[in-house]
Design a protein around this ligand. Structure first.
Ligand SMILES: Nc1ncnc2c1ncn2[C@@H]1O[C@H](COP(=O)(O)OP(=O)(O)OP(=O)(O)O)[C@@H](O)[C@H]1O
Ligand SMILES: [Mg+2]
Length: 318
């Protein structure tokens, strides 16, 4: 079967699995021309389809469903102030009918289809999802938290939200939670186990792995062999969950590029009307190893309500 036929088959599978792929789904770098900005109306080329097949279809393997689900071994519990969180425009179980909650239903859908293999071949490590962007401030943490909250509200899914942007960790802060040990402490102190720092929350299916304390060489540590081992440990211990990594911007530091090599899926946040076209192109080049990259246009004025939110979502190719 040619790569184009394989692409068509993959897209058919996705459609059969209930995903709408019409209009604005695939991003090509030159749609705006020159130094333009990404917009919601993207076209798909045969080349990009071929690259998708190289990365997606040929690398698909069965998720390790034989492995027994891991119980939540964390002893620590924190209460997120959900009213305060909703007031800051985040999704909460009580605001499940908001426009933002609806937008995240659309955003999470292809990720879950890929992770679970609903009617299609699952992606290797498809439950490991990194949220990144080219530059700082495009909305990675906002997206990670809302995505985690939205998925945790699914009937049958548990979520682990990892703050992997340890140099600028902000997940606890956004959730109104006090500083807490996390990823960095596990990396630095071998007597600390993941379960010692994992936080269960009052959102039943949501757990958090904080970034942890500050450390001068945090960046080097994230790209280290210990980090690789830790990611492998997270993958095997929490294989029954969707794991979302809030991560640093790709063009500012190199940690996200290393993280990307462990991920099954990447959500690439692009700030509407701001991130230069060339920056997105350059950032995408650094994560070519990941089987699936989904582009998400954030802070767009072109939402249904004309408000400030998400518009446009690209599936898998660039
Ligand atoms: N869709 C959105 N609607 C409203 N506000 C948003 C949206 N996306 C991001 N923001 C706001 O934009 C600011 C930057 O967002 P955020 O902290 O998530 O970016 P970031 O990419 O994680 O930044 P950094 O690179 O510093 O980690 C925050 O004030 C956040 O609340
Ligand atoms: Mg952030």
């Amino acid at each position: 079967m040619s790569t184009i036929e394989q692409a068509a088959k993959r897209l058919d599978e996705l459609k059969r699995a209930g995903m709408s792929l019409s209009g604005g789904y695939t991003l090509t770098a030159d749609s705006a021309g020159g130094e333009g900005y990404f917009a919601g109306d993207f076209s798909q080329t045969e080349d990009s389809l071929s690259r998708e097949i190289d990365r997606t279809v040929e690398q698909v393997v069965e998720l390790d469903s034989a492995r027994p689900p891991h119980n939540d071994d964390s002893t620590r519990h924190v209460d997120i102030d959900l009213l305060a969180l909703a007031a800051r425009s985040f999704i909460t179980p009580e605001s499940s009918h908001s426009q933002l909650a609806d937008e995240f239903r659309v955003i999470k859908r292809p990720l879950l289809v890929n992770a679970r293999g609903d009617g299609i071949a699952p992606i290797r490590n498809g439950n490991m999802i990194m949220v990144t962007s080219s530059l700082p401030g495009e909305g990675k943490s906002f997206t990670s938290i809302n995505l985690a909250m939205s998925i945790a509200m699914e009937m049958d899914l548990r979520v682990l939200l990892v703050d992997a942007d340890i140099a600028h960790s902000s997940v606890l802060n956004y959730l109104g939670l006090p500083k807490s040990k996390g990823l960095l402490d596990v990396l630095l102190d071998e007597t600390i186990d993941l379960s010692d720092v994992l936080l269960r929350t009052n959102v039943e299916k949501l757990s958090i792995l904080p970034g942890g304390g500050h450390y001068k060489h945090a960046t080097e540590l994230l790209a280290s062999e210990s980090m690789r081992r830790l990611i492998e440990e997270i993958t095997s211990r929490y294989s029954d969950r969707i794991i979302i990594f809030d991560s640093p911007p790709l063009l500012v530091t190199t940690e996200s590029r290393v993280l990307a090599t462990h991920m099954g899926q990447i959500v690439m946040v692009v700030e509407a009307g701001k991130t230069p076209h060339a920056a997105v192109k350059q950032a995408l080049k650094t994560i070519e190893s990941c089987p699936v990259v989904l582009m998400m246009l954030n802070k767009s004025a072109a939402t249904n309500s004309g408000g400030y939110g998400y518009a446009g979502y690209g599936y898998g190719t660039y």
